[in-house]
Design a protein around this ligand. Structure first.
Ligand code: KG4
Ligand code: ZN
Length: 365
């Protein structure tokens, strides 16, 4: 039987500098998170209305040792207790990924520790097994500010992409709608709160790509439709009332919920054709949205699938998922050597045809 290991996980691919210590048995589901620290960068980017890659890279380089020390201190462990390191080696903003990879390589070389370079998307996609004893294969919907894809997770190193966005990611659409309506960033929670007060039926907004077969999605036209409805109100009334804003948010969220639910239904059917009904799991910041979560859970039940939604702190970017993905890889293959490099692009499914724009360029997942 494989031995239990203590793994340090390091994440720096977008705007969260994160480190975690995890106890896990390579290849066996459910790990124990001993400590997980995340230093967010929202305040550094707030004035610019989005993540500025150079600022992010510098902040990661300045804080990556501090966040690691904080995680070690919280766990009551020292580097001498660590058996292995997992680090995000892509995809993401290259400066941030480099900061993490260089730091991890330095640590691995200095301490003689084995190092695994982890695909950030694999970190998200494998998270359900960190918290629950879910067996492969399962269906994953990854919905975040930078990514949106359906994946058949067949093994820790085998992912098949069933579909995904052909333009914006849903989180990006939430953020842009929030910006348009003068709500704070990140936009998802703000739009969700406003939507709770609004009438989802007042504005007729599109349900993109529902008329086409398959489970690809699109969110950019929906965002433009919200902008047009908003511009019309401003032209007619000179501005927006609170009720207008709430109704626009409610209409937008309802369109996202309905589209995601229908495409998930189709993804379940496509997955079940190969594997039978298994478990539908979600990850990514957008999975925090209560209306989206509820709708997806209903779809899972309807399709005879199990349901797994990891706690929010594990849905958003974190070091524990990277340590966990390293534990999964460890059971399959040896460590990377010190030639490990940072990759801005790194598709999980090497066979899937590249899409024209699949979420924000070089962004987080
Ligand atoms: O996974 P995440 O923390 O970062 C990456 O994109 O990797 O996701 C952040 C995204 C943001 O776009 C944010 O607006 C969205 O998740 N988000 C939400 C909610 N909470 C966060 N979207 C809709 N409803 C929410 N409650
Ligand atoms: Zn991510």
């Amino acid at each position: 039987m494989a031995q239990t290991r203590i793994i340090l996980g390091i994440e720096s691919s977008c705007d969260d500098t994160a480190a975690a210590l995890l106890r896990a048995e390579p290849g066996r589901p459910v790990g124990e998170i001993l400590a997980a620290e995340v230093f967010g960068q929202e305040s550094l980017h707030a004035a610019f209305g989005g993540v500025v890659p150079e600022i992010a890279a510098r902040a990661h380089a300045e804080r990556i040792d501090v966040v690691t020390e904080a995680a070690l201190a919280r766990s009551g462990l020292t580097l001498a207790d660590v058996d292995a390191i997992g680090v995000t080696a892509g995809p993401g903003l290259i400066g941030g990924v480099l900061a993490g990879v260089m730091f991890a390589k330095g640590l691995a070389a200095a301490r003689g520790l084995p190092l695994w370079g982890i695909n950030h998307l694999a970190g998200h996609a494998l998270t359900p097994r960190l918290v629950e004893p879910i067996e492969f294969p399962y269906l994953m919907l990854l919905v975040s500010g930078g990514h949106c894809q359906f994946l058949a997770v067949e093994a820790a190193d085998r992912f098949r992409r069933l579909g995904g966005t052909i333009d914006d990611a849903p989180g990006e659409a939430f953020d842009k709608v929030a910006k348009l309506l003068g709500l704070p960033q990140p936009g998802g929670p703000a739009v969700e709160a406003e939507a709770g007060e609004g009438d989802p039926a007042r504005f007729a907004l599109p349900r993109p790509l529902l008329d086409r077969p398959g489970c690809d999605l699109s969110f950019s036209g929906l965002k433009t439709a919200v902008r047009r409805a908003c511009d019309r109100l401003v032209a007619e009334q000179g501005g927006l009332t609170r009720a207008d804003r709430a109704d626009l948010c409610a209409g937008f969220q309802a369109a996202v919920v309905e589209t995601l639910a229908e495409k998930t239904r189709r993804a379940c059917a496509a997955f079940a054709a190969d594997h039978g009904p298994r478990c539908l799991a979600v990850a990514g910041g957008v999975a925090a949205n209560a209306a989206i979560r509820a709708a997806l859970r209903t779809v899972a039940e309807e399709q005879g699938f199990g349901w797994s939604a990891p706690p929010l702190r594990l849905c958003t970017d974190n070091g524990a998922m990277i340590a966990w993905a390293a534990a999964e890889r460890m059971a399959l293959e040896g460590p990377d050597d010190l030639t490990l490099s940072a990759r801005p692009r790194w598709p999980l499914d090497r066979e899937a045809a590249p899409l024209l724009g699949s979420g924000r360029k070089g962004a987080k997942a």
